[in-house]
Structure formats: structure tokens, C-alpha cells
Design a protein around this ligand. Structure first.
Ligand SMILES: [Zn+2]
Length: 314
């Protein structure tokens, strides 16, 4: 009887084992259903395989008998892959862009750092003969400058062009008349200054903020200048002389060739962090314009960028 029980128990255990192993076999097959097949194994790697995929879209599922729609047929999976692939491509693109960026940065790093600033200033214009050429060049170079203008007739369009192209207009007096400005009392100076100020504001809506004394402040007695500077400050002006004279208005020079003017500037910059350069857009001084490309190139080589004078620090 005991033997029968043992044999029966062994048979029961055997049967249980059979059932369990059968379950595992079924379960293992279940793992091989198409849903669980690794997406990437079925992923087409080329367009020609995509055609196969499209064909399968129309295949009938043998098990269910349903015609698989594109969405059901695993096309989604393909889309997943496609999007993965495009992500990967995007990533590659990103990497390429990153590389491009780093190359660009390297290029920037290898160029001189433009920590120094040059302020090109043109006095006594505008003139139809020279100022437009200067503006053309500044535009080509992508830089801005300051024009200390006086009152000139029939050049309204050029004042306007200076403003429209992002340059600064400074007040250089209405008359440029030394006697009126410096020997006729402070009222004459105020009247002259306001006349130019109002002309710019009323004609172009432009408020000038920078002033340059005709002849330069150093040419006149210090108390004459200090009185006038007080007036300028009350009117909201800041006055600027210059560090480097191109010499284009210097009558004592033996010549005013473009080469001489260029050398006058580049040889006297002296590596200042902020350097103000004096030039003129006189109608009879074409060589100022002729010298300008070499002056700009030379300053760039020295590590200068360019700005308008109202941004001069201090
Ligand atoms: Zn002047």
C-alpha cells in the first residue's frame, strides 16, 4: 500500500512537471510572437527593403485573418525606426554642426581679439564730393563712425544717409567760425551750438550728443574752453578731441597722399585701448577716402574694432 502511494506520488509529481514544462514551452513560443520581435531586426536598412515592408502592409495575417492596415502591420515600428534613424541623422547633423561650430570658434580664437576700439571721426562735412564714398566704404566694411558736421547747404540727403546707416552725427558748430565761437562772448557760442543742434533735430529728428570744438579744445585758452564746456554739459553734450591726426587738414605737410595719411594714423595709434582718429570729409581732400581702406585694414590687424564716439568709455 505504501509502495502504491509512493508510486502514485511520483506519477503525480511527474505529471505536474510535465504540465509545468509544457507551460514553459508555450510561454517560450509566446515570446516569439511578432509583437515581441526586436524592432530593429525587422527594420529595413534601405529603401528597397521598405518596398518589402510596404508589400507586407497588404499581407493577411495568417493567424487572425485580418488584413493588416499600415498602422497594424508594424509600419509604426518602421516609423519608430525611421524617426530613430532620422534622430540619429539629426544627431550626426548636430555633431557636424557642433564640429562646424568648434571650427568656427577655433577660427575666431585664432583671429586677434578685438578688445581695442578705434573711433573714426570725420569733421567739417558732409560734402557731396567725398562723404558718400566714405559711407559706401564704411558700409562695405560693416563698421560705424562719427561725423562731426557743420551747416552745409544742399546736402540734406547726406546728413540723412549718415543717420540712416547707423553712424553718429556730432555737433561741430553751425558756422565753424573761430571768432564767433571763441572771441564773441559765450552767448554767441550758445546761439551757434543751439542753431546746429536744432537744425539736426528739426530736420532729421536727430539729437546730437557729442561735440567737437572747431580747431580742437587744445587750440584755445583753457578758461575759454571751460566756460563753453559748462554750456555744452548743460545742453547734454560731451566734447571729444582726438588722439591721432591723419593730417589731412594739416597745411604744413609736404603732401597729403593716401600713403602719408595712412602712415600718420597707423604710426601714431600706439596701441591705445581706445583711440580717436581725426579725419575730414572735405570736398577737396579725396585722399582721405583713398587712405581709408588701408587705415581700416591696418587698425584691424592691430586688433581694433570700430565704434561711434558716443560709446567712448568714461
Ligand atoms: Zn572742423
Amino acid at each position: 500500500m505504501k509502495k502504491h502511494l509512493i508510486a502514485g506520488g511520483a506519477a503525480l509529481i511527474f505529471i505536474i512537471l510535465l504540465i509545468i514544462s509544457g507551460y514553459f514551452i508555450i510561454d517560450a513560443n509566446r515570446d516569439k510572437t511578432p509583437d515581441n520581435i526586436d524592432i530593429q531586426e525587422e527594420i529595413p536598412e534601405s529603401d528597397s527593403v521598405n518596398e518589402t515592408d510596404e508589400e507586407s502592409d497588404e499581407e493577411t495575417d495568417e493567424e487572425t485573418g485580418y488584413v493588416l492596415s499600415q498602422e497594424q502591420s508594424g509600419h509604426d515600428d518602421t516609423n519608430v525606426y525611421d524617426s530613430f534613424a532620422s534622430d540619429e541623422n539629426d544627431e550626426n547633423d548636430d555633431n557636424e554642426e557642433d564640429e562646424d561650430d568648434s571650427e568656427a570658434n577655433d577660427q575666431i580664437d585664432s583671429e586677434p581679439e578685438f578688445t581695442k576700439v578705434a573711433y573714426l571721426t570725420f569733421d567739417d562735412g558732409p560734402t557731396r564730393e567725398v562723404t558718400p564714398g566714405i559711407l559706401d566704404l564704411l558700409s562695405e566694411e560693416g563698421i560705424t563712425a562719427t561725423f562731426f558736421v557743420i551747416s552745409r547747404i544742399d546736402v540734406e540727403d547726406i546728413y540723412k544717409r549718415i543717420i540712416d546707416e547707423g553712424h553718429e552725427i556730432g555737433n561741430h558748430s553751425f558756422s565753424h567760425n573761430f571768432r564767433r565761437l571763441y572771441s564773441s562772448g559765450i552767448d554767441a557760442f550758445i546761439t551757434d551750438t543751439l542753431r546746429m543742434h536744432d537744425f539736426l533735430y528739426e530736420t532729421f529728428g536727430y539729437t546730437a550728443k557729442s561735440y567737437r570744438f572747431p580747431g580742437g579744445s587744445m587750440s584755445w585758452r583753457s578758461n575759454t574752453i571751460s566756460d563753453r564746456n559748462e554750456v555744452l554739459e548743460e545742453l547734454g553734450y560731451k566734447h571729444f578731441d582726438w588722439h591721432v591726426d591723419s593730417g589731412d587738414a594739416n597745411s604744413s605737410l609736404p603732401d597729403h597722399s593716401a600713403e602719408r595719411l595712412t602712415n600718420n594714423v597707423l604710426n601714431n595709434v600706439n596701441d591705445r585701448d581706445h583711440v580717436i582718429i581725426l579725419m575730414h570729409d572735405y570736398k577737396w581732400r579725396q585722399t582721405t577716402l583713398d587712405a581709408l581702406p588701408a587705415i581700416i585694414a591696418g587698425l584691424r590687424e592691430m586688433g581694433y574694432r570700430f565704434d561711434v564716439i558716443e560709446n567712448y568709455p568714461g
